[in-house]
Design a protein around this ligand. Structure first.
Ligand code: DX5
Ligand code: ZN
Length: 215
């Protein structure tokens, strides 16, 4: 199993995005997590296709696009054109999850499905064999810098039992102090916003990756 850090630019300085993501890439972060919010599925609004398209020129990382938007199936082609490599949709946000996942795969991209903390694993059980990655939200989506919700650890464990090979990504409140237990529970892709961009980005990136591999 490959262990990957996916820094979330939500916590970066938006005036220095290209410069800051370069630091994460140079220090070993293979993915870049891009949080798209629409002010409807989640309370806040972040950024969309134009920002992702601009950043594509400055990074060779895998673009891990997390769509926190209603009816994400409307924009799959657009996010592909902007440079997405992985598109993750919320099971709660799309009426026909199987169709949406199938469409992402048809576009030649990796498909991820995300679950809010209160949504049980049963919501994705039947599409699990079709998806490349499951994103377990460990905070209620919408903002960076929130506190990790501990009961989500059990969800990660159960999902790992259900599927030994799938990529399990965890998002929200991930930091250097909980990396070890997340990896132990079965997560292999960790998203970190504040824990990477708050302070020394190079040091933070290196430390998070080091801790992921210690387990
Ligand atoms: C939350 C977003 C996260 C967020 C994580 O809705 O999906 O990706 O940026 O931020 P931290 O790591 O600061 O909790
Ligand atoms: Zn996210």
């Amino acid at each position: 199993m490959e262990y990957i850090l996916s820094p979330s630019i939500l916590a970066a300085d938006f005036g220095k995005l290209a410069e800051q993501i370069k630091i994460t890439e140079e220090n070993g972060a293979k993915y870049l997590h891009l949080d798209v919010m629409d002010g409807a599925f989640v309370p806040s609004i972040s950024f969309g296709m134009p920002v992702i398209k601009s950043l594509r020129k400055y990074s060779g990382q895998v673009f891990d696009v997390h769509l926190m938007i209603e009816s994400p199936e409307r924009y799959l082609e657009d996010f592909k054109a902007a440079g997405a490599d992985i598109i993750t949709v919320h099971a709660e946000a799309t009426k026909h999850l199987h169709r949406t996942v199938t469409r992402i795969k048809e576009l030649g991209l990796k498909a991820g499905v995300s679950l809010n903390p209160a949504t049980p694993l049963s919501a994705i059980e039947l599409v699990l064999s079709e998806v490349d990655m499951v994103l377990i939200m460990s905070v209620n989506p919408g903002f960076g810098g929130q506190k990790f919700i501990p009961f989500t650890l059990d969800k990660i464990r159960k999902l790992r039992e259900m599927s030994p090979d799938i990529d399990i990504e965890v998002d929200g409140g991930v930091n250097k102090d909980n990396v070890a237990e997340l990896v132990k529970a079965g997560a292999n892709v960790l998203v970190a916003g504040t824990a990477v961009f708050g302070g020394d980005i190079a040091e933070n990136t290196k430390l998070m990756i080091e801790r992921m591999h210690e387990e």
